[in-house]
Design a protein around this ligand. Structure first.
Ligand code: NAP
Length: 310
């Protein structure tokens, strides 16, 4: 209860280091001083040993007594000790080492910071590129805004075959009926070649024909445009415009449409020359399917399948 109070040190780490350094310097100088005194005594002893006691009196080098060389060698040793204490230890001691180490650490830190900045810049660039690519894959708002439910309608074999020599490969009357009923009263958008595969325009539908030709002639009532974008724009007042082919136009329209009305003909047509693009299941959801068997009016079995964009 009344025990001695423990003394708390008030000297911080830096102060302690300074004290230790000062003590070390004192010790170094003390040793140098002792060395100096021993050197003086030693030198006197060597002179006495040679001149008074006659030790090695006859031993000379280049006419000079040996003790002179001995004293000179010792003097060099003493000078080395002197330089060590006042130059090497003073200017290149622990402080100097610490300064050099700090410099090196700062240099490395600056390099690491620079690398971090570069890394962040690269990361930002990659993120921006990814965002750009994702946005690019999405339907463009300017192209989408005109239509409510832009729909592709197509009949395709199991191998995605849709035509040969600019005509259909099969005749399926129920499929034609479905085509007529779905597209009745709507705009139908098609490539120039598909348009030319019809004997005449289909009744009760507004035909929009896409061509790069600037002087393409069509019967009255048929709209001619020079791009898919213009075709979609021309059908902007229709709640459900249809893209009806062919291969080139389907391919370009796939990223833009909201719905696919597919008649899947359950056979493989090896000799076809025009194909529908692959349906990416990660982008499309099947929402309905009705299957028809082959019969006397239909050479092939087929299914009506509706997909909506995910
Ligand atoms: N199974 C089905 O449901 C179905 C449906 C439709 C068609 N088909 C078949 O598909 C075949 C025809 O398809 P296809 O690929 O050969 O031709 P297509 O797509 O009907 O028409 C191609 C033409 O469209 C124009 N065009 C294409 N892209 C354009 C763009 N970005 N800008 C301006 N014009 C552009 C060009 O006309 P210009 O050369 O005049 O510039 C081009 O030659 C036929 O066999 C047909 O029977 C099948």
């Amino acid at each position: 209860m009344f025990g001695k109070k423990k003394q708390v040190s008030t000297i911080d780490k830096d102060q302690l280091e300074l004290i230790e350094n000062a003590q070390k310097r004192i010790k170094q100088k003390k040793r140098l001083y002792i060395h100096f005194v021993i050197f003086l005594i030693g030198a006197v002893f060597l002179i006495i040993a040679n001149t008074v006691l006659g030790i090695g009196k006859d031993f000379t080098i280049a006419g000079i007594n040996w003790f002179v060389y001995a004293i000179l060698a010792w003097l060099i040793l003493f000078l080395y000790h002197f330089i060590n204490v006042f130059i090497t230890n003073k200017f290149m001691g622990k402080d100097w080492e610490k300064q050099q180490l700090d410099k090196l650490v700062n240099l490395q830190q600056a390099r690491i910071d620079k690398l971090k900045q570069n890394f962040l810049k690269e990361e930002t660039k990659i993120a921006q590129t990814q965002a750009y690519n994702e946005a690019k894959d999405l339907p463009q708002p300017s192209e989408k805004k005109n239509s409510n439910e832009l729909t592709i309608i197509v009949a395709a074999g199991e191998n995605n075959a849709i035509g040969k020599d600019n005509s259909l490969i099969w005749h399926l009357s129920d499929d034609l009926k479905r085509f007529k009923s779905l597209t009745n009263g709507h705009h139908i958008i098609m490539g120039r070649k598909t348009f030319e595969s019809f004997p005449k325009p289909l009744p009760n539908r507004t035909h929009i024909v896409i061509t790069r030709q600037t002087d393409y002639e069509v019967p009255s009532g048929v709209i001619v445009v020079n791009s898919l974008h213009d075709a979609v724009d021309a059908a902007k007042n229709d709640k459900q415009p249809f893209i009806i082919g062919g291969g080139e136009i389907y391919k370009q329209a796939m990223p833009l449409v909201d719905k696919l009305e597919i008649t899947r003909v359950h056979s493989i047509f090896e000799d076809a020359d025009t194909f529908f693009p692959e349906i990416d299941n990660t982008k499309w959801t099947e929402v309905s399917r009705t299957t028809h068997d082959a019969d006397d009016k239909h050479t092939y079995a087929f299914s009506f399948i509706t997909y909506l964009r995910k």
